[in-house]
Design a protein around this ligand. Sequence first.
Ligand code: G3H
Ligand code: ZN
Length: 284
Amino acid sequence: PLVSMKDMLNKAKAEGYAVGQFNINNLEFTQAILQAAQAENSPVILGVSEGAGRYIGGFKTVVKMVEGLLEDYKITVPVAIHLDHGSSFDKCKEAIDAGFTSVMIDASHHPFEENIEITSKVVEYAHSKGVSVEAELGTVGGQEDDVVAEGVIYADPQECVELVKRTGIDCLAPALGSVHGPYKGEPNLGFAEMEEIGKLTNMPLVLHGGTGIPTKDIQKSVSLGTAKINVNTENQIASAKAVRETLAAKPNEYDPRKYLGPARDAIKETVIGKMREFGSSNRA
Ligand code: G3H
Ligand code: ZN
C-alpha cells in the first residue's frame, strides 16, 4: 500500500474530494494517522518536513518506521510518504533514495526561472523512480519548521501554467492566501485565482496551511480542483492539549505511554474528522 501521490490525487480530483496530508512529528503521530486512515478506509499522505525527518533520526528511519507500522497494523489503504517543503534537489534526492514515494520541491522563494530549473531536475530524477512531485508558486504565510515567510504572495496564474508545462510536475501548490499555523482572523483565500489556475493547468491543486480553514472554504476549494490539503498544527494542538490534561490530572505520572497514548488518540480523532470533512473516507 506504499504508493506515490499521482493516482491518489488524480482520482480525488476526478471524484471531487481531497486527500489529507497529515504531517508526522514522531512515532505516535505516525501511528495515529495510519490508524485513522485504516479506520476510515481512506487514502492518506504522511507529510515529513526536513525538520521532522531530522528529529525522527533521518529519512531512512522514517521509511523503516512507516514500513514497520504498515505491516504490524495490516494497513491496506494507499499510503504515500511525502517530503514536505523540500528545500533543494539534494534533499529531494536523499528522500527518494531513502524510499519516500513522493516529494515536494519548494523553490517558490527563488526567481521564476530558477524555480523551473530546480523543479525540472527533481521531476526528472523522481519520475525515473516512480516518485511523484509537488511544486509551489507564490508564498504561503506564517512559519513551519525551517520554512519562514515574511508575507503572503499570491501565485500568478500564467506562471502556474508555464511551470506545469515546462516541468511535468504531478500536482501544484499555488499559494493563495493560506498560512502555516493558526490564522489571525478568517483566512482570505483567492478563489478566483484558484478557479483560473485549476482550469488552465488541469492539475490537482494543493492547499497548504489546512489548520483553521472553515469547512465552507474547504468545500469551495475542493469544488475548484483542490485534491490535497495539508494539516499539521491542528494535530499538534490536539496532542499537546491531551498531554497537558493528562499530566494536570495525574501530576505524578511518569510513564510516557500513559500521556502519549492519550495524545495519540487525540490525533487519531482529529485526523478522522478531517478525512470526513475532506470527503476521503471510504475512497481507498
Ligand atoms: O506543509 C504543511 C502544511 O501546510 C501544514 O499547515 O500547520 O497550518 O496545518 P498547518
Ligand atoms: Zn506547507
